[in-house]
Design a protein around this ligand. Structure first.
Ligand SMILES: [Zn+2]
Length: 128
């Protein structure tokens, strides 16, 4: 049974958390979808690849479109909710990074309140 129920108050709480963490991670706030219905209603090109399968996951990042799905109905408790929010926003801040030890470390640091400077693509020009 799910103990996290999606109501307007919870939606607001989630958006607030997204705002706080986006600030700390120096990213623009992504658009947030909170139900599978919203995923299915979004333009297909935005959710391509994880559209009808989105329900299986706690969260999905659609990096190209600055879009994040938080699967509130699947998430069992508040801790998992917070984890999922931070996990997806770490994807946004570190778009080149795959899942793994380094990724998990960044999630833990994010949960602890770490501030990350803005992401910059590495310049191909080196200093002389
Ligand atoms: Zn992930």
């Amino acid at each position: 049974m799910n103990i996290v129920k999606l109501d307007p108050e919870l939606s607001l709480q989630i958006l607030e958390k997204v705002g706080i963490y986006s600030n700390r991670f120096s990213i623009s706030e992504p658009k947030i979808l909170l139900t599978t219905k919203e995923v299915l209603d979004a333009p297909k090109e935005m959710t391509e690849g994880r559209r009808t399968s989105a329900y299986k996951y706690y969260g999905v990042s659609y990096l190209q479109h600055d879009l994040v799905f938080i699967n509130v109905r699947k998430i069992p408790d508040e801790k998992t909710l917070e984890n999922t929010i931070v996990h997806e926003l770490i994807h946004m801040r570190f778009p080149y990074l795959a899942h793994g030890k380094r990724f998990n470390k960044l999630v833990r640091q994010g949960l602890r309140g770490k501030i990350f400077p803005p992401y910059r693509k590495r310049s191909k020009i080196s200093a002389i």
